[in-house]
Design a protein around this ligand. Structure first.
Ligand code: G6P
Ligand code: ZN
Length: 541
């Protein structure tokens, strides 16, 4: 019997990036099956369709892939293209969906959250354009989880996913592909691999920390095998089910091993890290940390030096809390610049409509219209190509950039696991006072405008309201406050601080010092420390 009776399970509402839960929850009876069947139903069934399937190698990924294959077969899918070993980075999955003209794909990952028997697991559905399902689709999936009564799953032995090639599961074709090659080939079409080989040949040194997650095999193939970087350039290169106990989130806090190596006087020329599923990136030079907002601005200003973007960019986009550094580049270069809510999915419409080719977020995400996900290794290769083309290191590139465009000092302060009621009350109070703030002076800073960000998608007209509070001070400084949509415990308050320095003086301060007046004004306005009793933020980026 292929049809199995089930009952709805609470809490299967996909978040910003699919359904993420603790692994034991996903391993519970019918849990994965209910969600997958609801997904299939919500997209109009998968009969005759081609899907892409793979994930970041975390615990339960291979087992989940077997379940999904058997369900796809029982639901009449024609073909599923699976990464060998059930591995695919998120950008590689996006690429395969597009390149193979698949109808969609399932990505098994909880991104930068730790993996393992007691950590996190996730399933995300991507559309035929290679991008995450939009809200209308995730809402339909959720609605379906609430009324599901049965699912279809073929009773069959597991498929061999270790060998490349085709086999059958009932009438469905299972095509196991090398997870790396198509993606690496795509990168060769965008970047000047000859120049990059020259860079490493001349002794340029790099450290890529793959954090025991999925980018390891991709980075080894591209950097070491194809570009000739010395063996060992990529560290923590073996994907492990529990990421070797690492928290695979590329930021100064979690990538501390890489940070300490890069901050040494004799550290490598260039450093980078990526997250669990390979879509995030952190960029470092020797003793230089490049904030994600600045990285986006540098890529926008220099993209024309990279073969894949030599004709210039169509436009750029950033999420609202991301600094306005890229806006200054766009203004100088005559590019359209869009400001979207937090979440990569908002960029998809702009890319599909041909309005932008480069996007980025302060949350360590950067990407272009080569796929419909953010792409960690792509960002690393952009930087390498720009370094090679300019013949300058990271520190020089940053100094030149700030001298030309001015500097948007930027930092994010996170207060994690706050009681939800307290966080809601704090922001509720702010909402009530918002209209009175313009014109007031706080800690010597005059407030120009204060509002709550609402976004109307210029392509489909959909409206996303209450996307974060923006308080602008005179002189181009601002603070943005919003609650995280991805936190798993209590409420995480994110405070995004920004101050513009036009130069030529004052361009090389410590960001925390440069932002001290904004930090003080924020505390006076919102009283985060006073109300939470916390001494300071838990994470600073
Ligand atoms: C995920 C999304 C990003 C988003 C980030 C931060 O990584 O893919 O697009 O910027 O979450 O979300 P949060 O709501 O926690 O600030
Ligand atoms: Zn990720």
């Amino acid at each position: 019997m292929n049809t199995i009776a089930t009952t709805p399970i609470d809490g299967q509402k996909p978040g910003t990036s699919g359904l993420r839960k603790k692994t034991p929850v996903f391993m519970g009876p019918h849990y994965l099956e209910n969600f997958v069947q609801a997904t299939f139903d919500a997209i109009g069934g998968v009969a005759g369709k081609t899907l892409v399937l793979g994930g970041d190698g975390r615990y339960f990924g291979a087992e989940a892939a077997q379940v999904i294959l058997k369900m796809a077969a029982a639901n009449g899918a024609a073909r599923v293209i699976v990464g060998q070993g059930a591995w695919l980075s998120t950008p590689a999955a996006s690429n395969l969906i597009r390149q193979r003209e698949a109808d969609g794909g399932l990505i098994l990952s909880a991104s930068h959250n730790p993996g393992g028997p007691n950590e996190d697991f996730g399933v995300k559905y991507n559309m035929a354009n290679g991008g995450p399902a939009p809200e209308a689709v995730t809402a339909a999936i959720h609605a379906r989880t609430l009324e599901i009564t049965e699912y279809a799953k073929l009773q069959a032995p597991d498929v061999n996913l270790t060998a490349i090639g085709e086999s059958h599961l009932g009438p469905m074709v299972v095509e196991v592909v090398d997870p790396v090659m198509a993606y690496a080939d795509l990168m060769e079409t965008l970047f000047d691999f000859k120049a990059l080989r020259g860079l490493f040949h001349e002794g340029f040194t790099m450290r890529m920390d793959s954090m025991c997650a999925i980018t390891g095999p991709y980075a080894v193939e591209i950097l070491e095998n194809r570009l000739g970087a010395p063996e060992g350039t990529v560290t923590h290169e073996q994907p492990l089910p529990d990421f070797g106990g690492m928290h695979p989130d590329p930021n100064p806090t979690w990538a501390h091993e890489l940070m300490s190596e890069m901050m040494a006087e004799d550290g490598p020329d260039f450093g980078a890290a990526s997250d669990g599923d390979g879509d995030r990136n952190m960029i470092l030079g020797r003793q230089v940390y490049v904030s994600p907002s600045d990285s986006l601005a540098v890529l926008a200003a220099n993209a024309h030096l990279v073969p894949g973007y030599k004709d210039g960019l169509k436009g750029v986009a950033r999420s609202m809390p991301t600094s306005a550094a890229v806006d200054r580049v766009a203004a100088a270069m005559g590019l359209d610049c869009y400001e979207t809510p937090t979440g990569w999915k908002f960029f998809g419409n702009l890319m599909d409509a041909g309005r932008v080719s480069l996007c980025g977020e302060e949350s360590f995400g950067t990407g272009s219209d080569h796929v419909r996900e953010k792409d960690g290794l792509w960002a690393v290769l952009m930087w390498l190509n720009i370094i090679a083309a300019r013949g300058q290191g990271v520190a020089e590139i940053m100094a030149d950039h700030f001298a030309r465009f001015g500097r948007n000092y930027y930092s994010r302060h996170d207060y994690e696991a706050l009681p939800v009621a307290m966080a809601d009350a704090m922001l509720g109070d702010l909402r009530d006072r918002l209209a009175d703030l313009p014109g007031q002076a706080v800690e010597g800073l005059r407030i120009e405008t204060a509002d709550e960000f609402s976004y109307t998608d210029p392509v489909d007209g959909s409206v996303s309201a209450q996307q974060g509070f923006r308080i602008l001070f005179e002189g181009g400084s601002r603070v943005v406050l919003r609650l995280s949509g991805t936190g798993t415990e209590g409420a995480t308050l994110r405070v995004y601080l920004e101050r513009f320095a036009p130069g030529p003086d004052g361009l090389d301060l410590d960001p925390q010092q440069a932002l001290a007046p904004i930090i003080a004004a924020t505390e006076a306005l919102v009283g985060i420390r006073a109300r939470s009793g916390r001494k300071g933020p838990d994470v600073i980026t």
